[in-house]
Write a protein that binds this ligand. Structure first.
Ligand code: FEO
Ligand code: CA
Ligand code: CA
Length: 559
């Protein structure tokens, strides 16, 4: 199907809320909205809009969430907050996604939040630094606490007088953890199971055209380890950094998948057809005939970008997984049945999907510099992929890659790849991670320089100071510039940007503040400055005049 802006907007409008703009319910791993065509704006307002000067926040190493002029925030939920009488919000929140309960009310709905990983010092009172072989010095009680703190949260939230608050004890509030039973959406069992235990390493995600949440398992090998294969194809179990495999005998092959969650029932399934690797996110697009295209990347040095094209409407099982050769602009099928080179080494399609990384290398896919978030530009239909960095290859600041599918068709098997923008001092950002488009098609971007590299004299990240949130306007006098609009607390990254259906609130995760803490009594951050005096990841709501003005910017083009 060719890219068709009207179709795109109507897809967005399906879950619409009928105000001046279409809602941000494009299936995506960050958030994508469509350019608004609001009622004609008063001349005087347009003139003012032209004069909007976006203030570029200076890089800062302050332990606070700083916002540029025209933005303000309040905290919605933080680690440990009760969502019900039996459940609490998990650790290290990443991807967020909001679905209104009633499409006519953008201010009341379900928030999904990923919980990516844990810091045992805070979660299970275990200091890894005290032991040479830390995973041998644990108790099952400690591991149970850690398993509870990852996965995801569903919590109902409402906005009243401009303030978002959780609805505690709402019957739809629930936790999905590393112990929640999850079905495999596949015909063959994996390591003998058709239902597995839990989800973990949940980094970014997306939303389906049928309005369910997508959560992606990224660095899964840190928890139960990984199965590696020796020359003779003999399996070897590399242990996980957290060493959970010493307490629970869950096979590593049960992790590293794209997971779908039903918002109302919490029912979960893992989509095997989308392959197994360190999935950062999964961005879905529904074609005219209701077949689905899903883009997903493997965030590891020298790994790959993938796309699944379904052969049946609404299916994430029937179809073909492809991997990108970005040099020749080809999508290469991971298809055991029709690829003799795969038949020679692997026993069936299930094994091909489990060992997708090895398969991609055999097929000649292009090694990329850690693909992170993927968004579809709502104006051009181009696909943007952040390549965060690859220090081994001296790419310290990363870039954003642009994919243009042939004839603008998302199910095309050829494309053109180019660099959209590069990180570095000239553009003022380093290590791009999550992306989101607002209602006018302006691009918002977060960065993820690692806590161990930031603000260090001997590292190339010094000029950027703390991680941030950046805005690249599409229209107006600042079009194309990269403007820092938020600065994260110490050691934190900002993740999971997602606009509310009316476009007025940007939900954002503040993840792992104080991650470099060695002594809990003397943490490197105390954000969000509550009575416990320790750092806590939290989801905030960012609002203000700046967002409202940016949403209207496309009007400048229609004069
Ligand atoms: Fe969890 Fe690729 O960031
Ligand atoms: Ca990420
Ligand atoms: Ca990252």
């Amino acid at each position: 199907m060719g890219y068709d802006r009207r179709k795109f907007i109507s897809f967005l409008g399906k879950a619409g809320i009928g105000v001046v703009v279409a809602p941000p319910l494009l299936s995506s791993c960050g958030n994508t909205t469509t350019p608004s065509k609001p009622e004609a704006l008063a001349e005087v307002y347009l003139t003012k809009l032209k004069e909007v000067v976006l203030k570029n926040l200076a890089p800062s190493d302050k332990d606070d969430l700083l916002l540029t002029e025209g933005l303000e925030y309040h905290t919605i939920i933080k680690w440990g907050d009760p969502i019900s009488n039996s459940d609490t919000f998990g650790f290290n929140n990443d991807f967020t996604c909001f679905i209104p309960l009633d499409k006519n009310n953008p201010k009341d709905g379900l928030l999904w939040v990923n919980h990516e990983y844990i810091n045992p010092l805070f979660v299970s009172d275990f200091d890894y630094r005290a032991y040479e072989n830390p995973s041998k010095h644990r108790t099952v009680e400690q591991v149970d606490k850690e398993m509870y703190a990852v996965g995801g949260t569903i919590v109902r939230i409402k906005e009243t007088n401009g303030k978002w608050e959780i609805v505690k004890n709402d019957p739809l509030n629930r936790r999905i953890t590393a112990q929640t039973p999850i079905q495999l959406n596949w015909d063959s069992p994996i390591k003998g199971a058709t239902t597995v235990k839990g989800t973990l390493a949940n980094c970014s995600g997306g939303i389906t055209p049928w309005n369910t949440f997508i959560t992606c398992e990224e660095n899964y090998d840190g928890f139960f380890g990984e199965i590696e294969y020796e020359e003779n194809n003999k399996e070897k179990h590399r242990t996980g950094w957290y060493g959970w495999e010493q307490f629970y005998n869950y096979p590593p092959e049960h992790y590293g998948w794209v997971v779908e969650i039903d918002p109302k029932t919490g029912a979960a399934q893992k989509h095997i057809a989308l392959g197994r690797f360190a999935h950062e996110c999964c961005t879905l697009f529904e074609l005219k005939d209701k077949r689905v295209v899903a883009y997903t990347g493997d965030d590891k040095n020298n790994e790959h970008l993938y796309k699944f094209i379904s052969s049946k409407p609404g299916s994430l099982k029937e179809g073909t997984l492809y991997v990108a050769d970005t040099i020749n602009g080809k999508w290469l099928p991971l298809d055991w049945e029709n690829q003799p080179i795969l038949k020679e080494k692997f026993k069936d399609q299930t094994e091909v999907l489990i060992r997708a990384r090895e398969v991609s290398k055999l097929l000649g896919a292009t090694e990329l510099n850690r693909p992170e978030d993927i968004e579809i530009d709502p104006v051009t239909g181009n696909i943007l992929v952040t390549l965060t960095n690859n220090k081994e290859k001296n790419d310290f600041h990363g870039s954003i890659m642009k994919i243009e599918e042939s004839n603008g068709a998302f199910d095309a098997l050829t494309f053109k790849a180019s660099t959209y923008i590069a990180g570095g001092e000239e553009n003022g950002f380093s290590c791009p991670d999550n992306l989101a488009f607002d209602l006018s098609g302006n691009l918002w971007m977060t960065t993820d320089m690692s806590g161990s590299s930031m603000n260090k004299e001997d590292k190339p990240y010094m000029p950027f100071k703390n991680n941030g949130l950046f805005l690249i306007p599409r229209y107006g006098k600042d079009a194309g510039k990269v403007i820092r609009v938020a600065s994260a607390p110490r050691d934190a990254e900002l993740t999971g940007p997602w606009f509310s259906p009316d476009g007025k609130t940007l939900f954002l995760s503040v993840q792992h503040p104080g991650e470099q803490t060695k002594d809990i009594k003397n943490p490197t951050s105390t954000w969000p400055f509550d009575e416990d005096n320790i750092p806590k990841s939290a989801v905030v709501a960012i609002q203000g005049d700046l967002i409202e003005k940016m949403n209207k910017l496309s009007e400048l083009e229609t004069e």
